[in-house]
Each structure stands twice: as C-alpha cells, then as structure tokens.
Design a protein around this ligand. Structure first.
Ligand SMILES: Nc1nc2c(ncn2[C@@H]2O[C@H](COP(=O)(O)OP(=O)(O)O)[C@@H](O)[C@H]2O)c(=O)[nH]1
Ligand SMILES: [Mg+2]
Length: 410
C-alpha cells in the first residue's frame, strides 16, 4: 500500500475522484471487517472512525464546502467572517472575553446544509443564511459555502480549545488567520499548522491586519511567514494578506473561497488526506502476499501425527485390523472355530465403533463411537500443543508484528 498506491489513486491534475475515494474507503472497511477479532482494537480505531466519518460527511452533502476560520485571539477571524458575509453576524471584540461558540454562515439555500450543520454541532441560533435572492446576484458565487467562525485556539478556556479541535477534525478546508504581531507564535505552528501537513491541499493562510504594517514591510513579513510555513511542511499553501479596514482588503480571501466552492473538491481532498494517514498507519499490519504452509512441511506432518494420536487414530487402526481378522475368521474357516469366535467380542464394537456399515446417517451412533475411544493421554496432549505452537510459529514467521500472536491465538 503506502505512497505508490496513494499516488496511483490521484487523478493527475490533483483532482480527487469521488468514486475512487469511496472505493478506497470501502477497501479499508473490508480490511477492518477481515481483521476484526484478530488484531488489537487500538491501532485500528482511527481507521474505523475515519470510515464512519467519511461515510457520514459524503452522504450528508457533496454540494457544500465547509470552511473554518481558525486562529489566535484577536487575529481577526470574526472580522473576516463578517466581511465575507457582508453583515455583522459574529461579535467582534477589542478586548473582550472570547466566546466558545462557533458561528456559521451558509450561502445559498440551506437544504442539505441543515443536516451538515447539525452534524457539525453548530447551534441553530448561531446559524445564518445568505440567500443571493435578497442581494441581487453578488452572493451567488459563494453558493454552497458554509463558513465557520471558530473559537480562539489559544483561549484560556479548555472547552474552547476542545471545540476548535473537534471542528478542525470535521471541516473541509481551514483558513488560518494570523496577524503581524503573532504570526510567528510557537503555539500556532507547533500545535496546529504542523499538524496540517497532510492537509496542505485544504489549507490556506491569511496574514490579516496588513494595514498595521508599513506597506513596504508587508512583502518582508509574508516572506518570513512563508519560511515558517515551509518549515511546518506546508510549502505551497496559498498565503494571502488581508485587512478589514479597507473594503477591498478581504477580497483576495473571497476570491479564493469562490474558487474553492466552485471546484467542490475540498471535502474530497480533506478525506483523502485523512485516508492517506490511516492507510499509512495500517501499512505496518500488512505484509507481502504469502502462500500457505505446504502440506509436506515437517511442522505440518508433525501436527498431523499429533492430531491423529490425540484423536485415538492408532487405537482405532489396530482395532480395525483385529476386527478384520476376527470378522474374516468368523465368516470363513472351520464351523466350530467360527462359533467360538462369535462368542468373543468384536474389537471394533468394544470401542463402540461401527462395523462395515457407515454411520454418517446415524448421529447417535457416531457420537457413541466418538465418546468410546479412550481419552488421549497427557503425553499425546502436550505433543499436540507443541506441534500446534510450531506450526503457528512457522506460519507467523516474517509476518508484520501484529500478526504472529494473532496466528498463535487462532
Ligand atoms: N487594524 C485592523 N484591525 C483589525 C483587523 N481585523 C480585525 N481587527 C480588529 O482586531 C480586533 C479583534 O478582531 P476579531 O475579529 O474579534 O478577532 P478574533 O478574536 O480573531 O475573532 C477587533 O478590534 C477588530 O476590529 C484589520 O484588518 N485591521
Ligand atoms: Mg472572534
């Protein structure tokens, strides 16, 4: 699996094919079903969670793109949210206690968006709808956008950070909002941006409050921020400078969001990034194809013998041999000897095993037969245990580390 498979499943122009994504998710689902009960649960749970989440996300709406504005306190998330909506929807504060509530604005008819917002956990009273019919046509280019204004991720309130982390795990695209003062903040980079390496295709960085820098300084700060992003493994992500003090200041962000919404790729790309991560993690549990142990493998032959011994095959064999002689003699030979032989018990019947006629159609007799073969001795049992262990070890040799124990247990 791993890298080559991933590359093969991407369409060459960077677009993700929805059917192929679904096929990959189904393959992981099948894999999880096959190993269920054999492998420990913990390493499999991220894959299980993803398969479920991806299934839900894709079934709720493929027409919507969920974009989150994330960042530190005061970077301007709420201001940009209001600027995109062209309405004051989310409270903006100079020096205020931060809010732990996520606000959402939906462009276009709500339709499937309602269930998506329920799933995202945005409360109905914090949802707004921008219908282009009310504004002439200038909002129609954002149709399908669900923009979220997240709580501050550097909030002193633990619950706010939990809410941010929860939503960052669900949204399709993240716009990281930084300001000239705090753009190099260690927390932003170490705790968040670096974690989004896999989601480079659905990550956007905005240097807001650009008006607070002398115009000549803006390119230098952008270059510095770009260097930090490269170090985070986020090379190539779009980086924009915005300001809300000038009406045209947030337009670059708006244009970027319009492009994202029209493409309808963000959700698929996000899930592809997540899927790549879980597939890479499962890679360690999947080895090269292996053939079964050959029947003439010494370990298999030994197991064969040990199983025979425990099942009482040698006892039955010698009884069959004696019974053959006994029955042959009782049908042939001198009449007096024949009569005398008939008085002696048949060795097979002594074991409650049938005579020449088959027992398959008589379960009771079969059961009686089975229970009358002498119990295996301790030596036979321990020889069997040893033979089993050897076969399990041979079969598990060279398998990825999760498997040998599972093979032995099976
Ligand atoms: N000068 C300037 N101030 C801004 C800009 N964007 C936001 N602000 C101010 O920064 C403060 C924090 O903004 P807010 O949107 O509440 O940030 P949030 O905490 O990230 O939601 C408010 O006083 C805003 O008016 C900007 O582009 N330029
Ligand atoms: Mg805010």
């Amino acid at each position: 699996m791993g890298g080559r498979l991933r590359e093969a499943l991407r369409i060459s122009d960077g677009r993700v094919d929805a059917d192929q994504l679904v096929a990959r998710l189904e393959a992981v689902h099948r894999f999880l079903g096959l190993v269920d009960g054999y492998l420990p649960d913990t390493p499999l749970s991220p894959a299980r969670t993803l398969v479920e989440r991806a299934g839900t996300r894709l079934s709720l709406s493929r027409d919507h793109t969920v974009v989150a504005l994330a960042g530190a306190t005061g970077s301007g998330k709420s201001s940009l949210f209001n600027a995109m909506a062209r309405m004051d929807l989310s409270p903006v504060g100079v020096r205020r206690p931060t809010t732990g509530v996520t606000h959402a604005c939906v462009w276009g008819p709500l339709d499937g968006g309602t269930r998506l917002l329920d799933w995202l956990g945005v409360l109905p009273k914090h949802r707004f709808v921008r219908e282009s019919l009310l504004d002439g046509d200038d909002e129609s280019t954002l149709h399908g956008l669900i923009l979220l204004d997240l709580p501050d991720f550097d909030s002193v309130q633990h619950s706010h950070r939990l809410e941010v982390d929860r939503l960052l795990g669900l949204v399709d695209l993240v716009v990281w909002v930084v300001d000239p003062e705090k753009y190099a903040d260690r927390v932003v980079h170490a705790a968040y941006l670096r974690e989004f390496q896999r989601h480079r295709d659905v990550t956007l960085v905005v240097l807001n409050q650009a008006d607070r820098l002398p115009p000549a300084e803006v390119p230098r700060v952008l270059a510095d921020l770009r260097r930090l992003l490269d170090a985070d493994g986020l090379d190539g992500v779009p980086l924009l400078a915005t300001t809300i003090v000038d009406p045209s200041g947030p337009e670059v962000l708006r244009a970027e969001l319009e492009r994202t919404v029209v493409e309808r790729q963000a959700a698929l790309r996000r899930l592809t990034g997540d899927l790549d991560a879980v597939v890479d993690a499962l890679d360690g549990m999947v080895g090269a194809p292996r053939s079964a142990l050959p029947a003439d493998d010494p370990a298999v032959a030994k197991l064969d013998r040990a199983l025979s011994a425990v099942a009482g095959v040698p006892t039955v064999l010698s009884a069959v041999e004696q019974a053959y002689r006994h029955r042959a003699a009782s049908r042939t030979g001198w009449p007096l000897v024949r009569f005398w032989r008939r008085l002696r018990p048949d060795p097979l019947r002594r074991l409650h095993l049938p005579g020449p006629q088959p027992v398959a159609d008589d379960p009771e007799r079969a059961l009686a037969a089975a229970t009358s073969v002498p119990e295996p001795g301790a030596a036979d049992k321990s020889a069997l245990a040893l033979a089993l262990r050897t076969v399990a070890e041979r079969a598990g040799e060279g398998l990825p580390s999760a498997w040998p124990a599972a093979v032995s247990a099976a």
